[in-house]
Design a binder for this molecule. Structure first.
Ligand code: NAD
Length: 279
């Protein structure tokens, strides 16, 4: 029997409805500010979608757009201004930034309490310590999708392919927090297919179309495909969906799997940040 689909769109809508419910109980409207520097078309689309979703759910969403020539000092001053503004609950700086700006410095400058992307070293540290923190949105979405299957994470063998700071590492930390036995694979991993085949839960975050083939997947594994690759104008994940579907028990499609979760989790993080900071 082919794997059941994990419907990211439907689960994202559940998260959004939880956000609406939480907002209805707050005496204020949390505010999210997205900073974009330059006119990268993908960033433009992401930021616009985030602001639109914020409005749709009843948050205040503002987009600050700066010229591509902006200096690092100017951007840091803008971040500082938002840090000091008591009315701002969430700050996100859309990456990538132009080459004259050190994104690490900018991420570090954001008040960790307003760091709704969960990229600040303080939040990264708390996450790895298993303490309460703002969790990066895509990894938080991945966990929610896994939870939706009802599969037991505790004691499961989980393999994450990819070790980026924004996806692979935080996903691994979250799986570990839930007592999975976690292996992280990367470009230098030997016998990757054999390692992947041990996974009860397999998360692919590589950025290579159809990298994970059916022979790399254990029967009845849960397969989460984070990859977004454009091939001949079509969106494609990191997993060979058509064939892996016959082996896995649950699988996310691309599009319609992890993708819709990211913005929903960002909205959820904004509410969490507002509540934690405002008390
Ligand atoms: P990245 O390029 O920062 O990291 C890729 C990782 O894959 C690296 O750690 C690298 O070691 C590993 N890798 C590369 N080649 C490999 C190989 N041959 N064997 C094993 N490992 C290999 O990418 P990222 O930012 O983590 O993103 C990964 C994918 O997820 C991309 O397709 C990206 O577009 C997508 N993504 C999706 C969302 C979403 O909302 N759905 C969010 C973030 C990223």
């Amino acid at each position: 029997m082919p794997a059941q689909l994990i419907d990211g769109k439907a689960i994202a809508q559940q998260v959004e409805s939880e956000v609406r419910d939480a907002l209805a109980k707050l005496p204020y409207k949390p505010s999210l500010v997205a900073i974009r520097v330059g006119n990268d078309p993908a960033s433009e689309l992401y930021v616009r979608n985030k602001a639109r979703k914020a409005h749709e759910l009843g948050l205040r969403g503002t987009e600050l757009i700066f010229d591509v020539s902006m200096s690092e000092t100017q951007l840091l001053a803008q971040v500082e201004k938002l840090n000091r503004d008591d009315d701002v609950d969430g700050i996100l700086v859309q990456l990538p930034l132009p080459p004259q700006i050190d994104s690490k410095k900018v991420i570090k400058a954001v008040d960790p309490r307003k760091d709704v992307d969960g990229f600040h070293p303080m939040n990264v540290g708390l996450l790895h310590l298993g303490q309460r923190s703002l969790v990066p949105c895509t990894p938080a979405g991945v966990m929610r999708l896994i939870a939706s299957t009802g599969v037991t994470i505790e004691g499961a063998r989980a393999v994450v392919i990819g070790r980026s700071d924004i996806v692979g590492k935080p996903v691994a930390a979250l799986l570990l927090q839930q007592n999975a036995t976690v292996t992280i694979c990367h470009s230098k991993t030997r016998e990757l297919a054999a390692v992947a085949r041990e996974a009860d839960i397999l998360v692919a975050a590589i950025g290579k179309p159809r990298f994970v083939t059916a022979d790399m997947v254990k029967r009845d594994a849960v397969v989460i495909d984070v990859g977004i690759n454009r091939v001949d104008g079509k969106l494609m994940g990191d997993v060979d969906f058509q064939n892996v579907r016959d082996v896995a028990s649950w699988i996310t499609p691309v599009p319609g799997g992890v993708g819709p979760m990211t913005i929903a989790m960002l909205m959820s993080n904004t509410v969490t940040a507002a509540r934690a900071r405002r008390g």
